[in-house]
Design a protein around this ligand. Structure first.
Ligand code: FMN
Length: 338
């Protein structure tokens, strides 16, 4: 059986508009995990957050809804609602590293408390109308926390365990704890999905050879920097026709812009949203830094649209073969909208 490729949840990036536009022009993903729906929102999640995972809107790339929170009652309410919509699986986010989330013992903030996780699972699993998948890190403070967590995860029927092998404190940078995940794998009784730094065919092969028991892989930031990645990984070769690459990227961008335009009616937030995307999309071109800085300073949507048009017409594409040397981070990590 072929390996399964998931689109990772990237809050602020891989929402419905991205998933739909991406699916129009690229292939390679079998499934997507939605960016998290916070349980804390109570009944308000019924409107715009549910639109993101509404099955009719997600036909091209099937999505598994992800939730974030620690309240069993709210979890079950949302789970029943998702089940009514036709979903078979729900994913619980135990990985979000944001301080504001972790401080409230949500996301990776729950990882130092395996007894609390056990307690929550004991309360939800008997009444859960669908299968449960969990996305976790190796710990919050240290990967040493993982051994206890594995014991908890092993005591429940899970569909799979998606692991990003960092700690919560690390956020999204720093070395991944590959030895720790390797040592833990034989103890885990669930199917494991690996999430972290698959940026090209070489890195995918490296992880696949190192962890032969893993058959499912999740790709996140690199698909923003190169939307062809899953297609090239599955094909085992890259597209070299520059004209084709440029045209697909441009059409994809136009589609994404239109999709987002439909949701965000006002120019300023729309401009800011597109600038966020360009902190990754600028990697499509050789002069990524100057392109990003130029776009980041624009103040009007008209100027932005004209600039983007010109970029696609005139700028040299990045050398996609040389991806492995590139960082996964955005061009501007602490990008402040001006
Ligand atoms: C901007 C951003 C938003 C993210 N949002 C989520 C999220 O909503 N839920 C989640 O489980 N992980 C989230 N992640 C983590 C990714 O899904 C993924 O596990 C992580 O980025 C490592 O994979 P990558 O190196 O392929 O990007 C987010 C990561 C980033 C950088």
């Amino acid at each position: 059986m072929n390996n399964i490729l998931y689109l990772a949840p990237l809050q602020g990036y891989t929402e419905l508009e991205f998933r739909r536009s991406w699916s129009k022009f690229f292939t390679g993903f079998d499934l997507a995990l939605s960016p998290f729906i916070p349980l804390a929102e109570g009944d308000r999640f019924r409107s715009h957050q549910l639109r993101d995972i509404f099955p009719d809107e997600n036909k091209e790339l099937p999505v598994i809804p992800q939730v974030l929170g620690n309240d069993p009652e709210k979890f079950l309410t949302l789970a029943h609602h998702l089940h009514d919509l036709g979903y078979q699986t729900i994913n619980w986010n135990l990985g979000c590293p944001k301080r504001i989330v972790a401080r409230k013992k949500r996301g990776s903030g729950l990882l130092p408390y395996p007894d609390m996780i056990r307690d929550i699972l004991e309360k939800i699993i008997p009444d859960l109308p669908l299968k449960l998948s969990i996305k976790t890190r190796l710990g919050y403070y240290s990967p040493m926390e993982f051994a206890e967590l594995v014991k908890v995860y092993n005591s429940f029927p899970l569909q799979n365990l998606i692991i990003h092998p960092r700690t919560g404190l690390q956020m999204y940078d720093g070395a991944m704890f590959l030895d720790d995940i390797e040592n833990a794998l034989p103890q885990i009784k669930h199917e494991v999905v690996f999430s972290g730094e698959i940026i090209d065919f070489e890195s995918y092969e490296k992880f696949r050879l190192r962890f032969p028991s893993i058959k499912s892989w999740m790709i996140g930031r690199s698909v923003l920097s190169n939307p062809f990645i899953p297609e090239w990984i599955k094909a085992g070769k890259i597209e070299t026709n520059e004209q084709k690459i440029r045209s697909k990227l441009q059409h994809f961008h136009e589609e994404l812009y239109c999709e987002i335009r439909y949701r965000i009616k006002f120019d300023r937030p729309l401009l800011n949203k597109m600038k966020d995307y360009w902190s990754y999309f600028s990697h499509w071109f050789q002069k990524e830094q100057s392109i990003f800085i130029h776009l980041a300073h624009l103040d009007s949507l008209n100027d932005f649209n004209e600039s983007v048009k010109k970029i696609f017409e005139t700028e040299e594409l990045a050398s996609f073969e040389a991806r492995s040397n590139r960082p996964l981070t955005t061009n501007s990590k602490a990008f402040i909208h001006i």
